[in-house]
Design a protein around this ligand. Structure first.
Ligand code: NIG
Ligand code: FE
Length: 397
C-alpha cells in the first residue's frame, strides 16, 4: 500500500491485499516486504508470527479533542429530553462546561488524563493522533492545552500532531464581540509558531459560533503565519463551510454532515480531504449523516475519525466508528480502510510516514484478531486489536 497522495473517489475501492506476506523492520522502519517463504532467509533478532491473521497499518486519527478537563455525563439526560446540542452550548453548557473544567485542571492532571486516553487509543490500534486545543478560549489555558499535547507526544509512544482550535466557541465575556475574541486568538499565532505548539489552525464555523466571513478572515491570517488550516464545517447547519474549506485550501474540511451538493462537487475537484465524523451524528442522535457515499462517487478523498471529545463523540474506539461508516455511510470495507489509514494520514500531513505499510515508512502495524479486512467493520463494538506495533516496538499484545 505505498500511496504517494490521498486516495480519491473510486480508487478508494482498490485496496492492496497481500496473502502470506511478511514485513522486515529495522530501527523502527519497514525495510522489506515480501512473501513468508522469502522472509525465512532473513536472520531476524525477533520474529512475530501473525498466525495468518489480518495485518494492517496502524490506524490514524486525524481529528480529536484529546486534551480536556472533566466529563459531561450529566448532559446525557438533557440529550434524552431532546435538548439540542447547540442549545446546551447557548445555556453555557457543552463546550463551555468543558472549558471551565479545563481551566480548573492543572497541567499535571491534564497531562495524566491525556496519556490515559492515548493509552486507550493505542490499545484500539491507533498509532498516530491529531489533538486539538479549544477548551481554554483564553491565552493561558489554550497554551496549557497545547503544551500538554506537545509533552504527550514526547512522553507517549504514539505520535501526537497538534492543532490550535482557540476559535472553538465564543466565551461568555466576548458574546457580543466575537471579532475581538478572534483577534485575541490570532494574536497567539506567532507565539504558537515560534514554540512549535501547533501545525494546524482550526475553527468551528457554525450557527451561534463563528460565521463563514469571520472564519475566512481568521484562517487567512493563520495561513499567512504558515499554518495549515482546517475547519469544523457544515456539522449542524448548512452555512457553506465545505465551500470555504475548498476556497481557503484547507488540508481538511471536517464533519461536512450537511454539506451542499455544490460543496461536495467543489470538494471532489480540490485537494482538500473530507474528514467525516459519523460518531457525532450517532452520539447526538441525529438522522443526518454526511453524504460520504456521494462524496466518494463524485471523486473526493475521504478520511474517517472518532472526533473523540467529551461532548459529541465520547469514544476512543475508531473500530466502532468504522462500523458506523459501513452501516450509516454505506461505505465499502476497502473505502473505510483507506479512510482510517492512508487518507487520515494525509489529512494531517503525515502521508509520507504513516497510514501505510511500505518500505521507508514507520513500522506502525496492527495484527488483528480477524480473518480478513472486511471483518473489522462487520463485528462491531469490541476491540479486535491483538498486537499493536509502534515504531517497530510492540506496544500492546
Ligand atoms: O467536533 N463541533 C465542535 N466541537 C466538537 C465537540 C466538542 C464538545 O462538545 O466538547 C465536535 O463535535
Ligand atoms: Fe471536532
Amino acid at each position: 500500500m505505498d500511496k504517494k497522495g490521498p486516495v480519491k473517489g473510486k480508487d478508494m475501492n482498490d485496496l492492496t491485499v497481500m496473502e502470506d506476506a511478511a514485513v522486515a523492520i529495522t530501527n523502527g522502519n519497514v525495510v522489506w516486504i515480501g512473501s513468508v517463504e522469502k522472509a525465512m532467509n532473513i536472520q531476524a533478532e525477533q520474529t512475530i508470527d501473525a498466525e495468518g491473521k489480518l495485518v494492517t497499518p496502524g490506524l490514524v486519527e486525524p481529528h480529536t479533542h484529546l486534551v480536556f478537563g472533566g466529563s459531561r455525563e450529566k448532559e446525557m439526560a438533557l440529550k434524552q429530553q431532546g435538548v439540542d446540542y447547540l442549545d446546551i452550548l447557548k445555556q453555557g453548557g457543552g463546550i463551555l462546561a468543558t472549558v471551565n473544567a479545563t481551566k480548573k485542571a492543572n497541567y499535571e492532571e491534564l497531562l495524566d488524563k491525556t496519556l490515559f486516553h492515548l493509552d486507550r487509543m493505542a490499545m484500539h490500534g491507533i498509532t498516530t493522533v491529531e489533538a486539538k486545543s479549544g477548551y481554554g478560549l483564553d491565552r493561558d489555558t489554550e497554551l496549557k492545552q497545547l503544551k500538554v499535547a506537545k509533552e504527550a507526544n514526547v512522553k507517549h509512544p504514539l505520535d501526537v500532531i497538534s492543532t490550535f482550535l482557540g476559535a472553538h466557541a465564543i466565551p461568555p465575556e466576548y458574546r457580543e464581540d466575537p471579532e475581538s475574541f478572534l483577534d485575541v486568538m490570532s494574536d497567539m499565532f506567532d507565539e504558537i509558531k515560534e514554540n512549535n505548539l501547533a501545525e494546524f489552525v482550526d475553527i468551528f464555523t457554525e450557527t451561534g459560533v463563528f460565521t463563514v466571513e469571520q472564519s475566512r478572515r481568521y484562517l487567512q491570517k493563520a495561513k499567512e503565519k504558515g499554518f495549515g488550516v482546517k475547519l469544523h464545517a457544515d456539522e449542524i447547519d448548512q452555512l457553506g463551510g465545505t465551500e470555504l474549506a475548498v476556497e481557503v485550501g484547507a488540508i481538511s474540511g471536517d464533519h461536512l454532515a450537511v454539506a451542499s451538493d455544490e460543496g461536495i462537487e467543489q470538494l471532489a475537484a480540490s485537494n482538500t480531504i473530507g474528514v467525516i465524523l459519523p460518531g457525532t451524528s450517532f452520539y447526538l442522535g441525529k438522522d443526518i449523516y454526511a453524504k460520504a457515499r456521494q462524496m466518494i462517487d463524485s471523486g473526493a478523498a475521504i478520511a474517517i475519525s472518532t472526533d473523540f471529545n467529551p461532548g459529541s463523540s465520547v469514544t476512543e474506539n475508531l473500530q466502532f466508528i468504522m462500523s458506523i461508516a459501513a452501516l450509516r455511510l454505506k461505505l465499502s470495507p476497502a473505502e473505510i480502510w483507506y479512510a482510517v489509514t492512508v487518507n487520515a494520514a494525509h489529512a494531517i500531513s503525515r502521508g509520507h510516514e504513516a497510514g501505510s505499510i511500505a518500505t521507508g515508512r514507520k513500522a506502525d502495524i496492527v495484527i488483528w484478531d480477524a480473518p480478513n479486512y472486511m471483518y473489522i467493520p462487520y463485528h462491531y463494538g469490541v476491540n479486535h486489536a491483538k498486537t499493536v506495533i509502534k515504531n517497530g516496538e510492540v506496544l500492546y499484545e
